[in-house]
Design a protein around this ligand. Structure first.
Ligand code: FES
Length: 280
């Protein structure tokens, strides 16, 4: 039970247009009550809810996030988006658990447009649960700065997670028990432990710009005649730079389980051309 009986959580619901939003609407017109501190955002399908949305919600102060979609096999899109929501939420709960956040703060439910009473029941039940849990972070024993840093760190890894677990995240199995088995705690720990870091060796880089041109997120700081540097805050760990660096240079290194060495100061980035080095 939360130490503060007056605690009113901030809760966000992201709900699909075709079913859950209809259920919320019916709940409203039927005058079924649920706490006013739950704010709703409508998306076209629960499959639209990205991992990034959940982490952003927690980073911006929400104590809990609700995702609502159509019942299984009722999604209005093909392929059905609620299966994507299912695997995303299952994975997200494991990630939250990994950083010490109670996974109950994320809840996924299916509500049809005719289930106004069910919508109210879920909202009341979830809000009671979160009121009992208390504020995000402090009730888990994590201070504000630490919480922010853990959430940001995890949010930065989302593109890597999506690439590494693309197959599992795209599981469309009509048997709901398949989702519970998708991600084990050990698997998630290994995935995080083995997240790669890419580094451009300043002694090998010839400033050919190939990696800078191919990087999908413009994470390579480059200039003509200047050793290239990866902006680690922007890097999504896709490995494109590693793959496209010409084999005659092999300047990009993949590091696992260790951070990249600090980048060269800007005034020391002039490229020493291969060949000239020996003749100098
Ligand atoms: Fe409702 Fe896809 S349209 S979950």
């Amino acid at each position: 039970m939360s130490a503060d009986a007056t605690f009113k959580p901030k809760m966000l619901g992201i709900i699909c247009n075709w079913c859950c939003y209809g259920g919320a609407d019916l709940c409203g017109v039927s005058r079924f009550q649920y706490p006013t501190y739950i704010r709703l955002i409508r998306v076209m399908c629960s499959g639209r809810v990205d991992l990034k949305f959940i982490f952003r919600a927690f980073l911006t102060g929400q104590d809990a996030v609700f995702v609502g979609g159509c019942h299984i096999n009722d999604c209005h899109y093909n392929p059905e988006g609620n299966y994507d929501a299912y695997s995303m939420a299952t994975f997200c709960k494991k990630l939250l658990e990994h950083i010490g956040i109670n996974p109950k703060r994320l809840r996924l439910e299916w509500v049809s447009a005719g289930e106004g009473i069910r919508f109210a029941h879920i909202m009341n039940d979830f809000s009671r649960e979160i009121e009992e849990l208390g504020p995000l972070g402090s009730s888990e024993g994590i201070d504000r700065d630490e919480l922010k840093s853990r959430l940001e760190q995890m949010a930065r890894l989302i593109p890597y997670f999506k690439l590494a677990k693309m197959k599992e995240l795209a599981l469309h199995d009509h048997d709901e028990t398949a989702y519970a088995k998708l991600f084990t705690t050990e698997e998630v720990e290994r995935l995080i432990r083995e997240a790669p870091t890419y580094y451009i060796d300043p002694g090998k880089c010839q400033a050919c710009m190939t990696c800078a041109r191919k990087c999908p997120v413009d994470a390579i700081i480059s200039a003509k005649g200047q050793v290239h540097v990866i902006d680690q805050d922007k890097c999504i760990k896709c490995g494109t730079c590693f793959e496209v660096c010409p084999s005659k240079f092999r300047a990009v290194t993949k590091l696992v389980g260790q951070p990249a060495p600090p980048p060269l100061p800007v005034d020391q980035r002039t490229v020493i051309r291969k060949g000239r080095e020996q003749t100098a």
